[in-house]
Design a protein around this ligand. Structure first.
Ligand code: XLS
Ligand code: NI
Ligand code: NI
Length: 446
């Protein structure tokens, strides 16, 4: 792959070269200890398994501001008041970062890469100008777009929702934005297109017609699907569940809710799920749970790799560093046969108190090493086979006799009653949770 180390005429991350695999013995913080892109695990390279992506919004747009105070990091790509000049500098900084980090993919919202204009037409022109530049940068570096999306939640016009807004004029604006974002995604060869329903939900049930809003959401998604296919988008449409924040209640609560919605409206042939770890935990699940639900439905599309803070209920979007979670997530992904056209997108931000530009690299290096280690460990657990064979053994009674007939739907409730009445009380069989958890730790630390 032809990759130059920095783009344009200015170096935004001076003193940082290409991040290389140096192995576990290295004491260089700007190196990979575990992520070795060429290393083959279970027939594929680490790069092919993990398909890492950097997200534009947290990495190049967010500056550390929070509801209590302004940003703490100055962006050298913020040149002044000219929004388009800033956007071009940011693009150069982004491609320098991607190339130095040696990730194959990136993701963006329309408004991350180009500023909104005063009119729909001006916004479209801004976006398409930056898309042309991004296309040149992709060709020069070999970078690829994992997914594109539209930010239809930040602008005040979307305060009551985008596709689910009670005002049709706002729905039309959301349509204009999604159309342009689909055009951009196709122009850049994006492999997926994401819908995160930021304000698709409600704040108060008393003033909301939820049934109408959900119908509108499905209509809108169908239109987007039809338009995408008509302009040659062959990738996967992805819905990213989240239960709350910014809305009190968001319609795409969790994986099972979205699966039910997609099936109800006949959208499950084109749409899959993008599971974000911190969103699953906000919904009261583990991230492995939501991944498993998506995988069981054949709808596991992609991952927003991050983690929350167990001590609070916010979407803190921290880099994924908790190996216990990463390993359990990888077990689900490997058992599902991988992510297909999806990947591991770091929807993660460095902390407000992390003010060095270098910290952007350190966060990603840590996340990439965490999932590389998780891949190695999960592959060893699967290769060992004890976990899977124990799990399968718990269901032996459904592979024979009456249990088999039950599983095939051949028994009636009355027959179940007779089987229970005519047989001795069931023997208690241990679920052996302590043993399976011990096994996981044995593999993690041996
Ligand atoms: C916010 C979401 C968002 C999506 C893309 O909570 O995670 O960043 O990934 O719109
Ligand atoms: Ni998040
Ligand atoms: Ni996300």
């Amino acid at each position: 792959m032809n990759r130059t180390v920095f783009i344009g005429d200015h170096e935004f991350f001076p003193g940082i070269g290409r991040i290389e695999y140096e192995g576990p013995e290295s004491d260089n913080p700007l190196s990979f200890k575990a992520y070795d892109p060429e290393r083959v695990i279970a027939g594929k390279t680490m790069e092919q398994h993990l398909r890492f992506a950097v997200c534009y919004w947290h990495t190049f747009c967010a500056d550390g501001n929070d509801p209590f105070g302004p940003g703490t990091r100055a962006h050298p790509w913020h040149l002044g008041e000219d929004g388009m000049a800033n956007a071009r500098a940011k693009l150069d900084a982004a491609f320098e970062f991607f190339t130095k980090l040696n990730v194959p993919y990136y993701c963006f919202h329309d408004r991350d890469i180009a500023p909104e204009g005063d009119t729909v037409a001006e916004s479209e022109a801004n976006l398409s100008s930056l898309v042309s530049l991004a296309k040149e940068r992709q060709q020069a570096t070999g970078m690829k777009l994992l997914w594109g999306t539209a930010n239809v939640f930040s602008h005040p016009r979307y305060m009551n929702g985008a596709a689910t807004n009670p005002d049709f004029a706002v729905v039309a604006h959301a349509g204009a934005q999604v159309k342009a974002a689909l055009d951009a995604t196709v122009a850049l060869g994006g492999q997926n297109y994401v819908f995160w329903g930021g304000r698709e939900g409600y704040a108060c049930l008393l003033n909301t017609d939820t049934r109408m809003e959900l119908d509108h959401l499905a209509t809108f998604l169908s239109m987007a699907r039809d338009y995408g296919r008509s302009i040659g988008f062959e990738g996967t449409f992805l819905i990213e569940p989240k239960p709350m924040e910014p809305m009190y209640h968001q319609y795409d609560v969790d994986a099972q809710t979205v699966i039910g919605f997609l099936r109800h409206y006949g959208l499950d042939g084109d749409f899959k799920l993008n599971i974000e770890a911190n969103h699953a935990t906000l919904a009261g699940h583990s991230s492995a749970h939501d991944l498993q639900m998506a995988a069981d439905a054949g709808l596991l599309g992609s991952i927003d790799a991050n983690r929350g803070n167990a001590q609070n209920g916010w979407d803190t979007d921290q880099f994924p560093m908790d190996m216990y979670d990463c390993v359990q997530n990888m077990l689900v992904v490997l058992a599902a046969g991988g992510l297909g056209s999806g990947g591991f997108n770091f929807d993660a931000k460095i902390r407000r108190e992390s003010t060095d530009l270098e910290d952007l690299f350190l966060g990603h290096i840590g996340g990439m090493d965490a999932y590389a280690r998780a891949l190695i460990i999960a592959d060893r657990i699967i290769g060992d086979g004890r976990l899977e064979s124990f799990r399968a053994s718990r269901y032996t009674s459904f592979r024979q006799g009456q249990g088999r007939r039950f599983a095939a739907g051949e028994l009636s409730l009355a027959e179940l009653r007779d089987i229970a009445a005519n047989n001795p009380d069931p023997v208690r069989t241990s679920g052996k949770q302590e043993w399976v958890e011990n096994l996981l730790n044995d593999f993690m630390f041996s």
